[in-house]
Design a protein around this ligand. Structure first.
Ligand SMILES: Cc1cc2nc3c(=O)[nH]c(=O)nc-3n(C[C@H](O)[C@H](O)[C@H](O)COP(=O)(O)OP(=O)(O)OC[C@H]3O[C@@H](n4cnc5c(N)ncnc54)[C@H](O)[C@@H]3O)c2cc1C
Ligand code: SF4
Length: 290
């Protein structure tokens, strides 16, 4: 499995807490892991994508209570610059053990800040748990707004959940699925930067998770680092997470690998096109995963 990165174990998993599942995006892995880590002192706060002043416009937030983690549940398909709060977490909040959730590009940036802490002197030792979420593409807020209000004919204030899966962008309200549009409609709203992105499954996270590969209500979870493994196993033992083998799970890792391969080969081709056609002076980005 060339594009799934290094991992120690992979599971079909979900939260053991019904309250978390009630408003989680998928299996509630991110909220459960941070809640367990907060309660047991593995972290003393987590940087998450909180609810912003406008619906589904995420605002990074430092959560130091389980209630604050609960408020950040669910996916917002727009950029949440979570790294912008790292310094504030250490300096204003005085956190020594930080949890952070991010898209694959954001987890790469976290690792880069740890390796080359220019302007981030306090950071390298203080990232205790980096949770990555799978990511095919992201949208500027204005684009997301148009997708919901114009294409899905739904007031964004009434939306209770958005989801991308099975080739469709779906919008839910209190009454259930309200509208679905094919992804070919949403492509034009994607962030241009996502078209040169070479990571689908957050290869550099301690733990990465997404919905693809497992049935609805569950998550696919890659446990990658020693820190991730220790925290995940303890969360399972304590009942915060229910984890099962991926063996025989449909559609399983084959689908995760297929989507990762599609994303990376498509974006690699686009990079090569830019190299030859648009910027002959630039060298291509090296794919760090192959
Ligand atoms: C832009 C985007 C694209 C995605 N694409 C895919 C995909 O192609 N395939 C797939 O399987 N999964 C994808 N996901 C991940 C998926 O939607 C869920 O976020 C993931 O499965 C975690 O669900 P959960 O139930 O464990 O999280 P929950 O317990 O519900 O918690 C979600 C956590 O994610 C954080 N979060 C929400 N929005 C953002 C954001 N924009 N940036 C950073 N953090 C955020 C919240 O703060 C919260 O802590 C994508 C997520 C995003 C943000
Ligand atoms: S597709 Fe890549 S660049 Fe775009 S938000 Fe996701 S991880 Fe970041």
């Amino acid at each position: 499995m060339e594009y799934l990165g290094q991992y120690k174990a992979v599971y079909k998993a979900k939260s053991g807490c019904e309250d978390i599942l009630a408003k989680a995006q998928d299996g509630g892995i991110v909220t459960s892991m941070f809640a367990y880590a907060l309660e047991t002192g593995i972290i003393d706060g987590a940087i998450v994508a909180g609810p912003g002043s406008e619906p589904y416009k995420p605002e990074p937030m430092i959560a130091t209570t389980v209630e604050e983690l609960f408020a950040a549940r669910g996916t917002k398909y727009s950029v949440s610059p979570n790294l912008a709060l790292i310094k504030e977490a250490t300096r204003s909040y005085g956190l020594d053990k930080i949890g952070i959730v991010g898209t694959p590009c954001q987890i790469q940036a976290v690792r880069k800040a740890q390796l080359y802490p220019i302007g981030m002197r306090d950071v390298p030792d203080k990232i205790a748990l980096a949770l990555g979420i799978f990511c095919m593409e992201n949208f500027p807020y204005q684009g997301l707004f148009q997708m919901v209000e114009d294409h899905c004919a739904t007031k964004i204030d009434n939306v209770t959940k958005m989801d991308i899966g099975k080739g469709k962008f779906s919008v839910y309200t209190e009454r259930g699925v309200n509208s679905q549009i094919p992804l070919k409609v949403t492509h034009k709203y994607e962030q241009p930067g996502c078209h040169v992105c070479l990571d689908y499954v957050a290869n550099m996270a301690d733990i990465s998770t997404g919905s693809v590969g497992t049935p609805d209500g569950w998550s696919t979870v890659f446990v990658r680092s020693a820190a991730g493994e220790a925290a995940f196993n303890k969360a399972v033992e304590a009942g915060w997470i229910i984890a099962e083998s991926m063996d025989g799970v449909k559609p399983g890792l084959e689908l995760v690998e297929k989507l990762a391969t599609e994303k990376i080969t498509k974006n690699q081709k686009y990079l090569e096109h830019r190299l030859h056609k648009e910027h002959p002076a630039l060298k291509p980005l090296r794919n760090p995963y192959i």
